[in-house]
Design a protein around this ligand. Sequence first.
Ligand code: H2U
Ligand code: ZN
Length: 377
Amino acid sequence: MEQDEAQSLIVHSAFDNMPSKQYNQITMNLFTLPHRRYNPLTNEWILVSPHRTQRPWLGQVEKIPAESLIAHDPNCYLCPGNERAGGARNPNYNTTFVFDNDFAALLPAHPSPSPTAEGEGRELLRAESERGRCRVICFSPRHDWTLPDMPLPDIRRVVDVWSEQTRELGELDFVSYVQVFENKGAAMGASNPHPHCQVWAIEHVPTEPAKELRSLSAYRSERGACLLCDYLTLELDQRERIVAQNDHFVALVPFWAVWPFETMLLPRRHIGALPETTDAERDALADMVKRLTTRYDNLFAVSFPYSMGWHQSPTDSAAHPESHLHAHYYPPLLRSATVRKFMVGYEMLANPQRDLTAETAAARLREMSETLYRSTQ
Ligand code: H2U
Ligand code: ZN
């Protein structure tokens, strides 16, 4: 790598303020040269090798037949009126439905005695008890729907439930963090195609949000500004990685994305958590969820697998002015409905690596229609 090119990459990754022309020049270099990109949210680096995919696409993209699901599956433990694995029976719900996970990973009561390592070596053999509540949210009574299939008012109802659950569980005195997340598709380990997500409310702020909150807090102390507000302004100015936007929310492929078609969904307003969203913002969020997930499904004409989740303010007693609400979508598919990215080898042992640039991924998602490929209308 030439000295001046290397210098450019360092300048860019350091997130210095720079005139747009200079920025564009640097971004051009990033399309062709192996480089690493810095994730200021997690304080981590990823390796990008764009020279391995000079062409934006490789190989034939095959349509695979859609799963033929029925509207109500008598064998589904999430469908209305059916019995769950734990023996409880679901009501005949006709909107969303929330229940306590029958196989909860966390329990609300402290075990007695509290599990701690004692005696010699306890500094290296640390353990603490962890309390929590785990719930499942069914998005719809329709077994054969996913979020992009659902009418907007039904998605808005899901947004309301995400917010209500965050507030309700966050108010429990021992809960410091409410993690809302969705595993969609067998490729991401979802146990059932019925549209649903999970909520885990826990005693300690977990690793990923804690990392981000440390960075947001440091940025705020150093600059008196929000890292994500500043980042969003930069992205809206550059427009290279924006996927879709409306009055209140923006979906983009982060500069430092790890997964091939990873996106981040964030509000334009500096708000810390889902319960703080206004009525208009919730409508706008439902709109963005529908448009983004439709684009995902249209990309390979398949119900697109992903893990997604919300990062928001902790619900401990402290104020969190540094927090800027956002969702991460981590989809594994790379080249087609059947070719996925594996985070193995170098990724496991060193750091994540990608070939397709964030800019190319964003351009691909931007090209997609917002009418679902399997839509009957
Ligand atoms: P996933 O598809 O993301 O695994 O979520 C489904 C959750 O539903 C899972 O955590 C719970 C599982 O424990 N579940 C019940 O609570 N009751 C059941 O009858 C089956 C599944
Ligand atoms: Zn079902």
